[in-house]
Design a protein around this ligand. Structure first.
Ligand code: SPV
Ligand code: MG
Length: 554
């Protein structure tokens, strides 16, 4: 049977090639001879998921919006609360929404205001049902009372007279079959609603087969589009709906129901296991949330609207050979492979994530092996007989404005550098308060003494200041507050002080032999050097065991 649409306005819109609005898009779908599908959504997230799946329209279900708010489908949510949810949904998705308007939330007067507000908020259509306020879900009980036909027609007329967009769609839903009034009553009501100006009729059934839907459709004879909700007759092949000339199918509640199943399973698993191990990997990744919410667009907008912050510079000290046996024969330590990327590459990408994008690597041992796209290199050809400060001084020309200094053999989580980058201090060092590296060779540690130790106390936000730093074993009597992670940030002012200190060391003939602990100890005698405490989440690759750990670190 072909669908015959008898409302002129619908025919007109159906011919429009490109819908200009969501209102027109919904009208076109309901009027078109192709079977349309409206997928249930109940909030912004599910609206996005419906759109992502490829649907062209959303059913904002009364049952599932209520349930997602923890309420019954009995008008427990006020119409303005439903409106708030709809606003999130229209913001979250570009699809047209047909909202389940229940009974219209009162009499004709309530319908008028409801429809005006829906048009204002860009909700493309409403479906109202011929029941009484407060409504009860159609699948509860038998023989629910129905509205008087004339009174309900008044609601339909009032709704149509109040729409402020010509393409707004009002679907009139009859519950005559569900409440046991029979086919004749259903047809009588549908006819009256059609005459009152409804753009489409929703004929609802709770039978397990679609026989009464097909009988109704046949007798209706295409007088206006028909919409159905096959929740109970779900096993009916969709093609039969097509053949019966149905205009639109509403898949009414399946996103809420499927999320309940998965949420229950996840909650039960985590509760039983007291661990996330079985769950991680089976649930959407956190990154997936960012993607679906459009975080990329925000980053793009930030580039457009926020004042441009010059990229901080970074100096990576990668001159030393390191002693990892065979592995460091042909390349320095910073080039060893950690699961497909070099140590240097991982370090550069962590630096870049935190905004230190102008990177210079100081090369020395096997310098030809140190190459990385987008990274500048300077050389300390005397790496064998000089120390770290000499390497740093080799990059002097690149130390300008805000600068991060890092050893070339450290790995750390991004939040550690983020925290240094947002520090107000002019010189700030990342220090591991717990000194947790059990296998780290003590001789390779930079031991920090600060004016107060890490307490771990949530309320302790007193900034710690560097007192001194030594390289190697703990000196008797001196308190050690932690281990420097090989990561420091200098503000533009801090960089000025750094240059002054490098010049002084040179004048004093100490440039060749000085290490970074000496440099920081001298700096803190003249300027404030802040210690920022962390507990773990970094590592320094000194031994083959460290290398194995590093391969697990990322
Ligand atoms: C809804 O989704 O809220 C509906 C459809 O009204 S039904 O639950 O089938 O009544
Ligand atoms: Mg409903």
């Amino acid at each position: 049977m072909n669908k015959i649409v008898s409302i002129p306005r619908i025919q007109q819109t159906a011919r429009a090639a490109v819908p200009t609005s969501r209102f027109a898009a919904l009208r076109r779908q309901i009027a078109s001879s192709d079977l349309a599908f409206l997928m249930e959504a109940h909030n912004g997230l599910s609206a996005k998921i419906v759109e992502e799946a490829g649907f062209q329209a959303i059913w904002a279900s009364g049952l599932t919006i209520s349930a997602s708010l923890g309420l019954r489908d009995s008008n427990e949510a006020s119409w303005t609360q439903v409106m708030d949810v709809l606003e999130y949904m229209t913001d979250a998705s570009s699809l047209p929404i047909l909202v389940d308007g229940d009974t219209g939330h009162g009499n004709f007067n309530n319908v008028r205001r409801f429809v005006r507000k829906l048009c204002e908020r860009g909700v493309a259509g409403v479906c109202i049902e011929d029941k009484l306020f407060p409504k009860t879900n159609s699948f509860i009980g038998e023989e629910q009372p129905l509205a008087d036909v004339d009174e309900f027609c008044g609601r339909i007329k009032a709704g149509k007279d109040s729409q402020t967009d010509d393409d707004f769609t009002l679907v009139a839903r009859t519950e005559a079959l569900i409440s046991g009034r029979g086919m004749e009553e259903a047809l009588r009501r549908a006819e009256a609603y059609h005459d009152a100006g409804a753009d489409a009729i929703l004929i609802h059934s709770k039978k397990a087969d679609a026989d009464e839907i097909f009988t109704f459709a046949e007798r209706w004879g295409g007088r206006s589009p028909l919409v159905i909700v096959p929740t109970m007759y779900y096993s009916t092949p969709t093609d039969l709906f097509r053949q019966a000339g149905i205009s639109a199918v509403i898949w009414a509640n399946h996103l809420l129901r499927s999320s309940m199943t998965v949420m229950r399973e996840t909650a039960r698993r985590i509760h039983e296991d007291q661990s996330l191990i079985e769950v991680e990997g089976r649930v959407a990744a956190v990154k997936d949330i960012f993607r679906l919410m459009g975080n990329a667009e925000l980053e793009e907008a930030e580039r457009r609207y926020l004042p441009e912050k010059p990229a901080a510079k970074a100096i990576i000290l990668g001159a030393s050979r390191g002693d990892l046996g065979e592995i460091t024969h042909e390349q320095p330590k910073c080039m060893v492979d950690i699961r497909g990327s070099s140590l240097l590459q991982r370090l550069v990408s962590t630096l870049s994530e935190s905004g230190a994008r102008d990177v210079t690597v100081v090369r020395g041992y096997r310098k030809e092996a140190v190459t990385l796209k987008g990274v500048r290199t300077v050389d300390n050809d005397r790496y064998a007989e000089t120390g770290e400060v000499f390497s740093l001084a080799a990059a002097k020309g690149q130390i300008e404005g805000e600068t991060v200094v890092a050893y070339g053999d450290v790995l750390f989580r991004t939040y550690i550098l983020d925290s240094l980058m947002t520090s107000k201090a002019d010189i700030v060092l990342a220090v591991d308060a717990l000194n947790l590296r059990p296998r780290g060779a003590p001789a390779n540690r930079d031991l920090v003494t600060a004016d107060h130790p890490y307490t771990g106390d949530y309320l302790d936000d007193l900034p710690a200041k560097l007192v001194g730093m030594t390289h190697g074993v703990r000196e008797g009597g001196r308190k050690v507050s932690g281990e420097w992670m090989g990561l420091a940030r200098f503000s533009a002012q801090g960089v000025v002080w750094l240059h002054e200190e490098l010049d002084l060391l040179e004048e004093e003939g100490l440039l060749e032999t000085a290490d970074l602990p000496l440099l920081f100890t001298r700096l803190t005698a003249k300027h404030p050097v802040r210690v920022k405490y962390f507990t773990g989440h970094w590592m320094n690759v000194n031994t083959l065991t460290d290398l194995a750990d590093a391969r697990n670190f990322t």
